[in-house]
Ligand binder design. Structure first.
Ligand code: ATP
Ligand code: MG
Length: 248
């Protein structure tokens, strides 16, 4: 079953076309890695899909609900429903600094899903335990390491029970030793068959965890396929050049 379908998506900032005619789909339980050079449009693609940007054209369908169809957005109530199916984890964590760890993970459950406090806290504690953070629920984000903050932000995203989770370079703000702990969490989610789209510079990780890889350059998908093909034996010259640059 397709959880996400993107067709002929484009996004321009003024006259700058940042993504052009992007089509892709992600099935239930699948992990898609998106790689590509800086400025190729990876973040803009994720931000467009998750409705943090308004697209210029094309269609996005999430869990069978249209977010946008041929450039026309769904009515607000439907749009909201579709957006609730998607979770997003950012590079810089984006936790609420004035809220404790527990509050960071309960806030949207209370406000958006209208869960009761006891239920929201129970769900938050369950997820924090899973992230190895049970002893930190009263801490504030500034008291945590980058890796711990990122695990809180993953718990926060999971608390809304998304059908698909997007990561935008979840480890690039972290030291190498903290990167490992986040990659471990993502690996565990993949083993549980969480549907995920991961923008990453960690090519070996992408090769290892992804079911499929998309290579973007200049706002288009240049090459797409199995990790062993796209990363292991790229066909396109631009993919080859990118991979040899970052692995050397
Ligand atoms: N809000 C904006 N207004 C104008 N241009 C933007 C905006 N956001 C992104 N861009 C431009 O869009 C292009 C793609 O940016 P994007 O952030 O999507 O790239 P990226 O692939 O995520 O790069 P990186 O690997 O460095 O994160 C860049 O040329 C960038 O300058
Ligand atoms: Mg980016």
């Amino acid at each position: 079953m397709e959880v996400l379908k993107v067709a002929h998506l484009s996004k321009a900032f003024g006259s700058l076309e940042v993504i052009r005619d992007i089509s892709l789909s992600v099935s239930q339980g699948e992990v898609l890695a998106v790689i590509g050079p800086s400025g190729s449009g990876k973040s803009t693609l994720l931000r467009s899909i998750t409705h943090l940007e308004t697209v210029s054209g094309g269609s996005i369908t999430v869990g069978g609900t249209d977010v946008v169809r041929d450039g026309l957005y769904a009515p607000p109530a439907e749009l909201r429903k579709a957006c609730l199916r998607m979770g997003l984890v950012f590079q810089n964590f984006n936790l609420f600094p004035h809220l404790s760890v527990l509050q960071n993970v309960t806030e949207a459950q209370l406000l958006v899903l209208k869960r009761g406090k006891a239920e929201a806290e129970a769900r938050a504690r369950e997820l924090l335990a899973k992230m190895g953070l049970s002893d930190k629920e009263r801490s504030y984000p500034c008291e945590l390491s980058g890796g711990q903050q990122q695990r809180v932000s993953i718990a926060r995203a999971l608390a809304l029970d998304p059908e698909i989770l997007f990561f935008d370079e979840p480890t690039s703000a972290l030291d190498p030793e903290l990167t490992g702990e986040i990659l471990k969490v993502i690996r565990a989610l993949a083993a549980e068959k969480m549907t995920m789209v991961i923008v990453t510079h960690e090519i070996l990780f992408a090769r290892d965890v992804a079911d499929r890889v998309v290579f973007m350059d200049g706002g288009v998908i240049v090459e797409e396929g199995l990790p062993a093909d796209v990363i292991g034996a790229p066909k396109n010259e631009r993919t080859k050049a990118f991979l040899s640059r970052i692995t050397n």
